[in-house]
Design a protein around this ligand. Structure first.
Ligand code: HEM
Length: 417
């Protein structure tokens, strides 16, 4: 593969600094808007706040327009096996830690197929009743805890954790540990979260913890099969061979990370949005059941819980008159795409009746499109049906945001009812 030898100038709008990712989404949008309009393809310095800051890293191309993210996501020029994060993580580590998220076809196709059966619309409809029951219990528990508690811990975090744990078969006593370890994996970009600990150490420790839970569970399901995803995994075969322990652990890590904080953060951002836009809440609650499915799309656009992913160019590619050379990294800025005025009218406005709503919160299409999108939406519908039904006046206090370029997370947020 050719490497780029010339030095390119970094764009004057810097998307890589810790300062930039410590501001609020609305402030960052000002920078994205400039780039979308004037320099849709910009060369950026290496992203700061990674797990393994690499002084040798040359930088990356920022893709900020909706149409370009769709094009890159669907093109086989842009591959995932070199990593989908800004960090240059060694391939062996990727292999284990991010499973099929960092594979390309045909391997990706085969591996994703092993779990995808559990995530189809039909499968999700089958477990919707169980999700609704969990949502009811969680809101009941919130009411019992009383007003002025942390909404994230007492409500938003609970449904994704329960849903995923039930699907995979995670035992009750391991659930909190799985969630905290999964959180650590997406939080290493925030110095406040790290609190002086080295990012790589926190990352590897969390990996190890998840792996141990996965392997203990796999062992148990081999001995005593049950009706859950872990049992399917230990029984699954690819080309006549059973999955290895490493592969099973990789699946587990991916699902634990992808399925937890994304939905949780959407729930928290949504309560804040409904608090800030009472007229939108009123519109929604006037016909909750009928209006929720469309509103949920806007919840997910508004939250954009995953703000970035990366790809690497496998061959040279020209975009907007500039050359992306083979081996260059490209960063996909979903948060920018979701505010692109070419696609959304008045993107700064929360519009729960927005349609069509072609947000890219679940990715730009293509083979890696979020496997859990149906599941996430089913959870959001169930939770807000219950929450707004039981506590129509619930309000959010000031959120405490996590800094960083990857997940758009709210660590804590009081709620009042
Ligand atoms: C609102 C909630 C969620 C959001 C915003 C979200 C977002 C995303 C995004 C942006 C991607 C990458 C897409 C791409 O590269 O093109 C992704 C991939 C993925 N998501 Fe989600 N996700 C959510 C919930 C879930 C849930 C609940 C699960 C499962 C329990 C899940 C499982 C996955 C998996 C397994 C992948 C990797 C797919 C692949 O590489 O083929 N996600 N998600």
């Amino acid at each position: 593969m050719a490497t780029t030898t010339w030095v390119r100038a970094y764009d004057e709008v810097d998307l890589s600094s810790l300062d930039f990712w410590s501001t609020r989404a609305a402030d960052r949008e000002k920078s994205f808007a400039i780039l979308r309009e004037r320099r849709p393809l910009s060369w950026q310095p290496p992203m700061q706040g990674g797990m393994l800051d690499d002084p040798e890293a040359p930088g990356y191309w920022a893709i900020v327009r909706h149409a370009d993210i769709v094009q890159v996501s669907r093109s086989d020029v842009f591959i995932s096996r070199k990593g989908v994060m800004f960090d240059n993580i060694p391939e062996e580590v990727l292999e284990f830690s991010q499973s099929f998220l960092t594979m390309d076809p045909p391997r990706h196709t085969k591996t994703r197929a092993l779990v995808s059966a559990a995530f189809t619309g039909r499968q999700v409809r089958r477990i919707e009743e169980q999700i609704a029951r969990s949502a009811a219990t969680i809101v009941e528990e919130l009411i019992a805890a009383g007003s002025d508690v942390d909404f994230v811990g007492h409500c938003a975090a609970r449904l994704p954790l329960r849903t995923l744990s039930d699907m995979v078969g995670i035992p009750h006593e391991a659930r909190e540990e799985v969630m905290h370890a999964a959180d650590a994996l997406v939080s290493v970009g925030d110095p406040a979260y790290l609190d002086g600990r080295p990012a790589a150490a926190v990352f590897f420790q969390a990996q190890l913890q998840l792996k141990q839970v996965a392997l203990a569970l796999a062992e148990q399901r081999r001995a005593e099969p049950a009706e859950d995803l872990m049992t399917s995994l230990v029984q699954a075969e690819v080309d006549g061979e059973r999955l290895t322990d490493e592969e099973i652990a990789g699946f587990f890590v991916l699902l634990a990370v992808a399925g937890n904080d994304t939905t949780r953060n959407t729930i928290s951002h949504t309560l804040k949005a409904l608090t800030d836009h009472p007229e939108q809440r009123e519109w929604l609650t006037a016909d909750l059941d009928r209006r929720l499915p469309r509103a949920v799309e806007e919840f997910v656009r508004w939250a954009t819980p995953v703000m970035t992913f990366c790809r690497t160019a496998a061959t040279d590619f020209e975009l907007h008159g500039r050359l992306i050379a083979a081996g260059d990294k490209v960063g996909l800025f979903y948060a920018s795409a979701n505010w692109d005025t070419e696609v959304f009218s008045a993107p700064d406005e929360l519009d729960l009746d927005r349609h069509p709503n072609l947000h890219l919160s679940f990715g730009g299409g293509g083979v890696h499109y979020c496997l859990g999108s149906q599941l996430a939406k089913a959870q959001l519908r169930a939770l807000f049906r219950e929450l707004l039904g039981r506590l129509p006046g619930i309000r959010a206090g000031e959120p405490e945001y996590l800094a960083g370029h990857f997940v758009h997370a709210i660590r804590a947020m009081p709620c009042y009812f």
